[in-house]
Design a protein around this ligand. Structure first.
Ligand SMILES: C[S@@+](CC[C@H](N)C(=O)[O-])C[C@H]1O[C@@H](n2cnc3c(N)ncnc32)[C@H](O)[C@@H]1O
Length: 217
C-alpha cells in the first residue's frame, strides 16, 4: 500500500480512505468515554488523526506519528484550525521510533498493526514499548482473520488470529484483555451486488476485529 497516494485520494479507493470515518473508531470512542486515556498519548499510525484531535479537544496532550507527509500535514492543519495546541504530529516510521523513551502514558493503535508488514511487527511493538512510561496502557484495534471474505476485491491487510495478536504483543507488554470488536469503514459499494459486510446505524460497514488492552510492566 502506498499510504501517501491513498491520502492524496489517488490510490486504490480513488477518494478518501475508507478507514477515515470523520470521527474516532467507535471502539476507541468508547474507551475515551470510559476515561481510559492518560496523557501523554501516542497515536501510532495516526492518519488523518480523528482520535488525536478528539483527545486533544478533551484536554489531552497527544503526539500523532504517521509515515505519510500528506496525513501529517492534514492533521496539523486540522489541529491549528480547531485551536488544539496540545496535539502535535510527526512524520516518522513507527517501527524505528526513537527520541520518546518512557514518555507516553497511553499508546493508541487504531488499525495500524494490520497495516504493517508481518516482519515489522516485532520492531513496532518493541519501539512503542520503549516510548511508553512504566504502567502505560496500550490499546490495539486490529482486523481479525476472516474480516475479509475470500473473494473480496479489496486490498487485504495483515489480519491476525487471537493467538498471533497475543504472540506479537506479549513479548514486551502485559496483556490484560483481547476481545472481539469491530472496525467501522466506509467502503465503496460493490458494482455487482450487496455489501459483503453488516452495516452500523450510520450505514458504515462493520468488519470483525479484536481490541487488545495491555500495559507496560
Ligand atoms: C488503516 S490506517 C489507520 C489510520 C488511523 N489510525 C485511523 O484510525 O484512521 C493505517 C495508518 O498507518 C500508517 N502507517 C503505515 N505504516 C507505518 C509506519 N511504518 N510508521 C508510521 N505509520 C505507518 C499509514 O500511513 C496509515 O495512516
Amino acid at each position: 500500500m502506498d499510504w501517501d497516494e491513498v491520502y492524496r485520494g489517488q490510490g486504490f479507493f480513488g477518494g478518501p480512505p475508507p478507514w477515515n470515518i470523520g470521527e474516532p473508531q467507535p471502539e476507541i470512542a468508547a474507551l475515551m468515554r470510559a476515561g481510559k486515556f492518560r496523557s501523554d498519548v501516542l497515536d501510532a499510525g495516526c492518519g488523518f488523526a480523528e482520535a488525536s484531535l478528539a483527545l486533544a479537544a478533551q484536554g489531552h496532550t497527544v503526539v500523532g506519528i504517521d509515515l505519510t507527509p500528506t496525513a501529517v500535514a492534514a492533521a496539523t492543519k486540522a489541529a491549528q484550525e480547531r485551536g488544539l495546541t496540545s496535539a502535535t504530529f510527526v512524520q516518522a516510521d513507527i517501527t524505528s521510533l526513537t527520541g520518546y523513551d518512557n514518555r507516553f502514558n497511553t499508546i493508541l493503535d487504531s488499525t495500524l498493526l494490520h497495516s504493517l508488514p508481518v516482519e515489522s511487527r516485532d520492531d513496532y511493538v518493541r519501539a512503542v514499548h520503549r516510548a511508553a512510561a512504566p504502567g502505560a496502557s496500550f490499546f490495539v484495534l486490529v482486523f481479525a482473520t476472516g474480516a475479509f471474505p475470500a473473494d473480496t476485491d479489496l486490498p487485504t491487510p495483515n489480519v491476525v488470529t487471537e493467538d498471533e495478536l497475543r504472540e506479537a504483543v506479549c513479548k514486551y507488554w502485559e496483556i490484560d484483555e483481547i476481545r472481539p470488536a469491530f472496525v467501522h469503514a466506509t467502503l465503496p459499494t460493490p458494482p455487482d451486488g450487496p455489501s459483503q459486510f453488516d452495516s452500523d446505524e450510520k450505514g458504515r460497514q462493520k468488519m470483525p476485529a479484536f481490541l487488545l488492552t495491555a500495559h507496560k510492566r
